[in-house]
Design a protein around this ligand. Structure first.
Ligand code: PLP
Length: 384
């Protein structure tokens, strides 16, 4: 049915009506006083979202631009870095690092498992010469629905004393608690089409004081993504280039909505939806791909046994206009992923679990009496 599609993929995520309408006007001049006001407001709001007093800079570009900016603004050719890799986005960090000639040591975990903080601890403790310049990882690994233990890993980085942390928080920021200052994270990358509830096109890099110290030593080439240019501009409530002005309208509208809801309420909502989704799935006899306790608050990956995950996903799209994400690479056909990130309410969760249960029934693959899954989801929502 036309215009009825419900996006339940982990980005782009649904956009609230008032955020959409905030964009439907002529752009304004990016050197105008009106635009400066928006930069001033959104910069303060971004600091609020990151729970930081550090600089948060806005780039016109997708999330990967923010990731790349984090690397090229803090590191130099040949620098030793550790990359955590337990999925597609961990792999991307390795690729970006290698593209810039960094000396990459990879800490891996199998797809579906979290990174082991002890492995970081061991390698960082062994580095008595303090050669390691950065530890680079993904917080919420969107490809597998795993949340990595950022707090513990970052603690090990702080104990090392020299390495900085560079973290992809693209699907965790705005979904769970990431107190940048309290945890002492140095660089956080995020993107607009995820927890921010706005269309793709903007990305964000938060830079701690230590990250700026690293900037001064960094020799990697940079121009469009040179963050010092963004810092100088933002200090004058401006942007070094022509930014996606209408997306700034959206950013202000969405961050204002988020502030009205409050950080803790946002985190609670995501945790509750995650639990209601997971419990419903288990109750209808399906397996979660991720081990208990390591599920991302943004996305749940499901690994149905003896059923092609793609055929479930396609049926839900055709029959219910709900778009789910498939598995990537070797997981194609093995898993499907339900996004519950951003502008999501109880209705969305009840719809997707019901649609899934109905689909399994239609396919003759429901092994429990019909209604078990949705009953469980409803009871979790009503209890929590
Ligand atoms: C979406 C996403 C990104 C950013 O991807 P872009 O397509 O460049 O916006 C990065 N990391 C993770 C974990 C993501 O989910």
């Amino acid at each position: 049915m036309q215009d009825k599609l419900n996006l339940m993929i982990p980005g782009p995520t649904p956009v609230p009506e008032n955020v959409l309408s905030s964009m439907s006007k002529h752009p304004i001049g990016h050197r105008s006083g009106d635009f400066q006001k928006i930069v001033q407001t959104t910069t303060a709001q971004l600091k609020w979202l990151h729970q930081t007093t550090a600089d948060v800079l806005t780039i016109t570009g997708s999330g990967t631009a923010a990731m790349e900016a984090g690397i090229i603004n803090t590191l130099s050719r040949g620098d030793q870095v550790i990359c955590g890799d337990n999925g597609k986005f961990g792999e991307r960090w390795v690729k970006v690092s290698k593209a810039y000639g960094l000396d990459v040591k990879v800490i891996k975990a199998d797809w579906g498992n979290p990174l082991d903080p002890n492995q970081f601890k061991r390698i960082l403790e062994e580095d008595t010469d303090k050669k390691i310049k950065a530890v680079i990882l993904t917080h919420s690994e969107t490809s597998t629905g795993v949340i990595n233990d950022l707090k513990s890993i970052n603690n090990e980085i702080k104990k090392h004393g020299k390495a900085i942390s560079i973290v992809d928080c693209v699907t965790s920021l705005g979904a769970c608690n990431i107190p940048m200052d309290e945890w002492g994270i140095d660089v956080i990358a995020s993107g607009s089409q995820k927890g921010y509830m706005i269309p793709p096109g903007l990305s964000f890099v938060a830079m701690s004081k230590r990250a700026w110290e690293a900037y001064d030593l960094s020799d990697l080439p940079k121009f469009y993504l040179d963050l010092k240019q963004y810092l100088k501009a933002v200090n004058k409530n401006s942007n070094p280039f022509t930014p996606a002005i209408n997306l700034y309208f959206a950013l202000e509208a969405s961050l204002t909505m988020m502030q009205q809801e409050g950080l803790n309420n946002i985190f609670k909502r995501h945790a509750r939806h995650q639990k209601a989704t997971q419990e419903g799935i288990k109750a209808m006899g399906l397996n979660l791909f991720t081990n208990e306790g390591f599920g991302s608050p943004a996305i749940t990956a499901v690994a149905p046994e003896n059923i092609d995950a793609e055929s479930i996903r396609k049926t839900i799209k055709n029959d219910f206009d709900i778009l789910l994400a498939g598995g990537q690479d070797h997981l194609k056909g093995q898993i499907f992923r339900i996004g519950h990130l951003g502008f999501v309410n109880d209705r969305d969760i009840i719809s997707v679990i019901s649609a899934l249960e109905s689909t399994l029934d239609k396919m003759g693959k429901l092994d429990v009496p019909i209604g078990r899954g949705i009953a469980k989801t409803i009871s979790v929502l009503n209890k929590d």
